[in-house]
Design a protein around this ligand. Structure first.
Ligand code: ATP
Length: 240
């Protein structure tokens, strides 16, 4: 497999506080990787640097060989809040008001993919939280970005909607072969969705766990996933 993201000896400091120390990470094309760890451990800092929204204090990040030294236009970020524009319809939120036939066709096909074709002309205020996140997902997929960066995108959803969204995101990422990095507090979510889980603790990447049971929901696979979740929890909470 081909490497898409390389994080090389990356440290990020704010003043004299280290938000992330000496991180090394490789993400291959088509992988679904999750970053987990306690609040304040440095997960979002790493995601923001890959998105080019922040620059490392030292070390470097490359995407397909190119150093990410400004906004990473080959990546799209999806946040916890949907950030839809209330004065634009659902379809226009995807096309940003562009009216080219190509954009409209792509927007409609993505709305179909997330099950919202009937809502193309509706304004965001008429949508539920889960529907808004589906629009935000469809918008992130416009122009088929090389990399999807998901920063707690499901954090505000109720439990059942959250499970449905997990399935939808995973299904789409597999079908379209997206490379995805998910930041989440929810270890169960990470182990359900990711083929590899990165554990961040005290501003360091301390562990990488391969997960052969990604996306599987048989009783056997769920038992194995639970074992991995417990193992990761142990790493996060054990005393140094
Ligand atoms: N812009 C900033 N200025 C100063 N300190 C910052 C800034 N951004 C993050 N930090 C600090 O860096 C550390 C890591 O923050 P980060 O947001 O990466 O953690 P996180 O693991 O994503 O946490 P959470 O799960 O709560 O979102 C924290 O101590 C935070 O206070």
């Amino acid at each position: 497999m081909q490497e898409l993201i390389t994080v090389e000896d990356v440290t990020k400091k704010y003043g004299n506080k280290t938000a992330l120390g000496n991180a090394n990470l490789k993400i291959e094309q088509g992988e679904f990787v999750a970053l987990v760890g306690m609040s304040g451990s440095g997960k979002t800092t790493l995601l923001r640097m890959i998105a080019g929204l922040e620059q490392p204090t030292s070390g470097q990040i490359r995407q397909a060989g190119q150093v990410v030294d400004s906004i990473n236009t080959n990546a799209r970020v999806m946040f916890q809040d949907d950030r839809l524009l209330p004065w634009l319809s659902v379809r226009e939120n995807l096309t940003f008001g562009e009216h080219s036939k190509k954009d409209i066709t792509e927007a409609d096909s993505l709305l179909n993919l997330v099950g919202l074709d009937e809502y193309a002309d509706v304004y965001p205020e008429k949508l539920s939280g889960g529907q808004k996140q589906r629009v935000a997902l469809a918008r992130a997929l416009m122009s088929h970005p090389k990399l999807l960066l998901l920063d707690e995108p499901l954090g505000a959803l109720d439990a059942l909607t959250r499970l449905n969204m997990q399935d939808l995101i995973l299904q789409i990422c597999r079908k379209r072969n997206f490379t995805t990095l998910l930041v989440t507090h929810d270890i169960n979510e990470a182990v359900r969705m990711a083929n590899r889980i990165i554990v961040v603790k005290n501003s360091m990447i301390v562990r990488q766990v391969e997960n052969p049971y990604q996306g599987q929901d048989s009783v056997d696979a769920e038992a194995k996933q639970t074992g991995i979740v417990n193992d990761i929890l142990h790493t996060i909470y054990e005393k140094d």
